[in-house]
Ligand binder design. Sequence first.
Ligand code: INS
Length: 275
Amino acid sequence: MKCLLAGHLVIDRIIKGSRFETRIGGGVYYSAITLANFCDVEVLTSVGEDFPGEWLDELADLGIRLKLLPSENSTSYELRYLDANRRELRLLSRAAPIRDVPSGSYDMVMLNPVAGEISPEDASRFKRLSDYIIADVQGFVRVPETGPVRFKNINASFLRGISVLHADLKETRHLRNFNPGDVEVFLVTNGAQPGFAYLRGKRYTYRPVEVDVEESTGAGDVFLASFAHFYSQCPFIQALKRASAFTALFLEHRDFSFSMEDVDKLAMKVQVERL
Ligand code: INS
């Protein structure tokens, strides 16, 4: 399966209590490393000279092909964790927008912007590259200005017709002209709390697997990417259970040193209910 992912790679500055860590991040990063376990992955992004070369090498070592658009700065966020699932986000700098929509066709295209780098108009152009379009709402509803992250309401009609859309519960309040039934699957996460999933407008709730972790950076991105993969292979409820289990195992290990048997075993514990 040939997948194209677009969005900014990020320099994440993560603060947990008195500890501070600088790591590679960005929705596209977590989604790409997830999909690299299953597919042929290409990432379209934009980074500045300040972006550590060894981080890009790590992605190349995973077999991920990078299409880098030049930029003066890189996108960087400060993530201050209040507890495992609550964080304050501050945009420190922002890379150039992603305007170059490639030609060609893909089995999957995922739009995972984090700071307004993909405009709704360009998103519509990306939609022509595949019949299987996946997107995350996060970078469309954030005001792309440095400082504490603020949200804006958007006309979300450009998202209609896509296959799988993810948002966290807070972000859903900023979608105008949009109903869950406008997309095939709409995944709504709420940290460690039960989330919602809509299949063609029909509402389900699921309870994420409990994990004892210090922070949950990338959880939504791993969940979305793993769901997108599983949903291309198996029915909706099974894909939802597997994605939830896969995400829990990733958060616990912070790598992919677990097997599909582990995923399937844990998936059996995920409760899904039709509402
Ligand atoms: C993180 C992560 C999150 C995103 C943050 C980013 O690395 O990918 O999904 O919300 O902006 O810095």
